[in-house]
Design a protein around this ligand. Sequence first.
Ligand code: GTP
Ligand code: SPV
Ligand code: MN
Length: 626
Amino acid sequence: VIEVHEIVVKRLGPVPIIKGDFHYLPKKAKKFIAKWVSIMKPRCLYLCDGSQSEADEIIQKLTERGTLTKLPKYENCYLCRTDPADVARVESKTWIVSQEMYDTVPHLKGGVKGIMGQWMSPQRMQEQMDLRFPGCMSGRTMFVIPFSMGPIGSPLSKVAIQLTDSNYVLLCMRIMTRVSHEVYDVLGDNDFVQCIHSVGLPRPVQRKTINHWPCNPEKIMIAHFPEERRICSFGSGYGGNSLLGKKCFALRIASVIARDEGWLAEHMLLMSIIEPSGRETFVAAAFPSACGKTNLAMLQPTLPGYKTLCVGDDIAWMRFFEDGSLRGINPESGFFGVAPGTNYETNPNAMKTFQKNSIFTNVAETADGGYYWEGMENEVDKTIAITTWLGQPWRIGMPGKSSHPNSRFTAPAGQCPIIHPKWEDPNGVPVSAIIFGGRRPTGVPLVFETFSWEHGIAVGACVKSEATAAAEHSGKQIMHDPMAMRPFMGYNFGHYLKHWLELNRPPHKCPKIFHVNWFRLDDHGEFLWPGFGENIRVLDWIIRRVHGEKDLGVENAIGIVPRKDKFRLDGLKHPIDWDHLFSLPKNYWLDDTTDSRHFLEDMVGNDVPQVIWDELAAQEKRITAL
Ligand code: GTP
Ligand code: SPV
Ligand code: MN
């Protein structure tokens, strides 16, 4: 013990600790910090404890410097404008590192570049790291952030330590995860997930800093080492690239831990629906980025007598318990939600959540000190002066956009008016249905139930969606995003499908699997389905199916769709075109099935489990017979 301690102290020698007591930390934490101090060479060390005074101090610094602007219209809310070159996840610079390539990516035909994750060898990654990390925190403070994903101490939770030189990241981590000194007590002598983050701009800076937002877009690299349970992120301060508890840990690293330990780490919201009878049913839903998870998780039902409660809006960790039930937790403690489109009509619960203690990134600002984005036209004085996310004067009705399409709010989950009283229950909540979905402008019905666990997984493996602004992709192309996990896979996607399939064994009670599409368009390009609060009608049908109510659906080639007379259409503001909403154009589906088969052949190759091929073949046969 003494030996290690001495090494640590020697290595830390010249680096002052400006806050916290290093001696209090567990041995492994000390070693970890000392190693990275010696590589990244920060000016000083700040050991975070999660206290409010810590946040106040950082916020004051950042508002003085200009990184944050106070929004006086609300309580303790701030606007942050990033460097406009650092606004979304960068999938092309995201890597999984493993000894064996096929642990990370599927076996593909020669020359094909896969889209289910990027692999790099440990040796090559070390070369890339050596070009970036040595001295990268020079002249900056290194924050040490102990955090828990999931309630501290829950058997379903995991702890980690993040090192970062970004105080914006510290503030957001405090909202999105449970930052606390108690994490060190949970940790003891155990291992933890090692999260290393740097904006990649040591002082004196080589690149002009814009908006007081240091970053290094040319050198962005987000490297995951599942075998070591380590994440090294360089060059970006933006959400999914820098809040390492989120996509990097809770999905990419956790999916590997989950495979090893027999559970699931998924890009899913968790919510419950309470019917007028008082019966409560929990569902999990996986939609690709910017396809409606936050909105569904916070739904305000339009059907009288119904209530929904939110457990989580982006990530679910789920495990089968001994009684066979699947139980899930939300590992996060905040929402990092898409701002544009959010308003009191579409998502009043989100609006109420971020009236205090929240951070708004890359949105616009009104002259009276409020936030503004596309979709708020009817909620502010239409003539008010607005400053865009790029700092330009602007008014409603002028060309261009006020906010970046991937601008986001960061708000504490506990402030959500419909947060579930059990959202922090260490044993999670029981999940009775799993729902997949995406943005599908044509061909795909509003809702269908799959025929079995296996068919449901095949449908999940074929999830597609129109590209959104959450990553660097542009245009309106339809992209495959199997299980809504394409950008977040931590290991070979074929092995992941096998892992899902193998969960169907006694005593596990596998939930029913559904597919939804809120985004089908009519011949004029308008949505066929009103969406948002009206989605309760779809959830209502789903949970009645889950509870075994008779005669609710009819079988067709792709699954079970609602009988029109068994689906709540009463009270809809505008009539809907049911036949179009549920039509199954044969040629569309033949093409779609061929496309899905090609996708799996090309991108998952030999690793696709036979069961999935069998399900696809059966589906193709049913469609051909239409
Ligand atoms: P990430 O945080 O990136 O994972 O996104 P998300 O899946 O949580 O998506 P979110 O709920 O933030 O919605 C993204 C966009 O979809 C917003 O512009 C919403 O207005 C829009 N949207 C959400 N639900 C619906 C719906 O039911 N119908 C329609 N037409 N649009 C919707
Ligand atoms: C997503 O893209 O799915 C997000 C935003 O939730 S980020 O945290 O940046 O990944
Ligand atoms: Mn997401």
